[in-house]
Write a protein that binds this ligand. Structure first.
Ligand code: NAD
Length: 493
């Protein structure tokens, strides 16, 4: 067990003002792996002050994009150098299998490199001439950083979620106070060390560990924070939006989902099974975009369910550090209870448990759950409507395209959706009708740093990743000049 009793503020490791700490636990063994500093409002004030100074008085926002990119590329290289160690830490803190963690850390490094590339291009996009209808004037549009950003992230992809916010914010010239989830704080602290190693100027990136109510909430309410960038649940997202409303902070929200996967009966059954499994059991189903509602066309329904159950039962849960394991434990005791309760309620509400639903035999400790498949639930059931955020998939049959699209869209969420068909024209037509920010055709989940990410409806506001992610952290300014020698002639004639 280690003790990391410090917060990263103004380029320095400092103890929290009130001296508090909390434990982080390995979900495979249920043992404490570290105690971490618990920031409170006093620490938030220090972190925001550091970020404010770095923005208002420091050179960071004034540097060229090319100069900022040098730091981002250094951070990317350092992450790559430490990929194995960071991935192992992620496995211990979150429970995900090592191959997935290695993939996450690789993506994290790539995200910093990608935004370095966009920062370099930003210089050439400045001073864009705006054609005006009055030739006595000329105008240019500039992109400028929003200011100090408060970034709050969840526990399902700890280091990657940090990168999705920190990399574009730094590329844009913002300064950041990042609060990782209290459930998985360890790799964010490594990011602080990496920032130090990369010689990022003090105050540009501040990382404070702490609980949502004690550290997250004061960050959202702080008047010197210009922008809030949040990924997490809908209830917390609502609180963040309310806090932002108090002084009209710029806000972007990436929230929950209950994404549908429509499988037409001309699909190859083996490909459908593989992508359905990947859509819900990858990262233990703790994925905001998990395709947890599967709609299968009637002719394929029975055969597909049989193959799906067969393959799901072959996925063996285990410690993410063990070779061959592709399903780790749920992240913590609270999430384990929440998912088990959803399973129990599903059965009570009349759904049929086709497969799984229990602690796997032979794993007495750890928050392990078998891959779980439910059928025969009503569209009104909690199972079908509510985000479970675990390895639980619900399958329903459908007759025709119109019914499938209507059912997929009957949700308060709209993060992602998937459609599978051998008929690409039909898949395209359905993709356009789905009310979701991300639609996968003939696959589910592959996520690219270059493409926009975010949800419709209660799944969020704004887009991360790609150039859209950079725009999240930029303001647009017009500078308009009166070029004529003629007097304006309104008051003085
Ligand atoms: P959560 O909302 O409980 O917590 C997220 C973060 O908010 C944590 O850092 C937490 O400490 C902080 N927080 C909690 N209360 C707060 C408050 N009052 N003020 C400020 N901050 C506060 O979510 P979670 O359980 O960590 O993550 C799971 C949720 O995240 C799921 O709903 C999932 O769908 C969503 N998610 C969405 C995306 C996406 O891109 N849309 C990605 C990953 C996760």
């Amino acid at each position: 067990m280690t003790s990391i009793h410090s917060l990263f503020i103004n380029g320095q490791w400092v103890a929290p003002v009130k001296g508090g700490s909390f434990a982080t636990v390995d979900p495979a063994s249920e043992t404490e792996i570290a105690r971490v500093a618990a920031a409170t409002e006093e620490d938030v004030n220090l972190a925001v002050a550091a970020a404010r100074r770095a923005f208002d008085d420091g050179e960071w926002p004034q540097l060229s994009g090319k100069a900022r990119a040098v730091y981002l590329r250094r951070i990317a290289a350092l992450i790559r150098d430490k990929q194995q160690r960071l991935a192992e830490l992620e496995v211990r803190d979150n429970g995900k299998p090592l191959p997935e963690a290695l993939w996450d850390i690789g993506d994290t490094a790539y995200c910093f490199d990608f935004y370095a590339g966009l920062a370099e291009k930003l210089d050439d996009q400045q001073e864009q001439a705006v054609a005006l209808s009055d030739d006595r004037f000329s105008s240019v549009a500039r992109k400028e950083p929003v200011g100090v950003c408060g970034a709050i992230i969840p526990w399902n992809f700890p280091m990657l979620m940090a990168a999705w916010k920190v990399a574009p914010a730094l590329a844009a010239g913002c300064t950041v106070v990042l609060k990782p989830s209290e459930v998985t704080p360890l790799t964010a602290l490594q990011l602080a060390e990496i920032a130090q190693e990369a010689e990022l100027p003090p105050g540009v990136l501040n990382i404070i560990t702490g609980l949502g109510a004690e550290a997250g909430s004061p960050l959202t309410a702080h008047p010197d924070v210009d922008k809030l960038a949040f990924t997490g649940s809908v209830p917390t997202g609502r609180k963040i939006m309310q806090a932002a409303a108090a002084d009209i902070k710029n806000v972007s929200l990436e929230l929950g989902g209950k994404s549908a996967f429509i499988v037409f009966d001309d699909s190859d059954i083996e490909k459908a099974v593989e992508w359905i499994l990947f859509g819900i059991f990858w990262n233990k189903g703790e994925v905001c975009s998990a395709t947890s509602r599967v709609l299968v066309q009637r002719n394929l329904y029975d055969a597909l369910l049989a193959r799906l159950a067969e393959e799901a039962e072959r996925i063996t849960p285990g410690n993410g550090m063990e070779a061959g394991v592709l399903l780790g434990p749920l992240v913590n005791a609270a999430q384990y209870e929440k998912v088990k309760q959803a399973i129990a309620r599903g059965a009570e509400q009349g759904a049929t448990l086709l497969s799984g639903g229990k602690r796997p035999p032979g794993l007495e400790k750890g928050y392990f759950l078998q891959p779980t498949i439910f059928t025969e639930m009503s569209e009104e059931s909690d199972l079908w409507r509510e985000e479970i955020f675990g390895p639980v998939v619900c399958v329903r049959p459908f007759e025709d395209e119109a019914e499938a699209v209507a059912s997929a869209n009957r949700s308060r969420f709209g993060l992602a959706a998937a459609v599978m068909s051998a008929d690409l024209a039909r898949a395209e037509r359905v993709a356009r009708k789905l009310r979701a920010g991300i639609v996968w055709v003939n696959c589910s989940q592959p996520t690219f740093t270059e493409a926009p990410w975010g949800g419709y409806k209660q799944s969020g506001i704004g887009r991360e990743l790609g150039e859209w992610g950079l725009n999240n952290y930029l303001e647009t300014k017009q500078i308009t000049r009166y070029d004529s020698d003629e007097p304006w002639g309104w008051y003085l004639n």
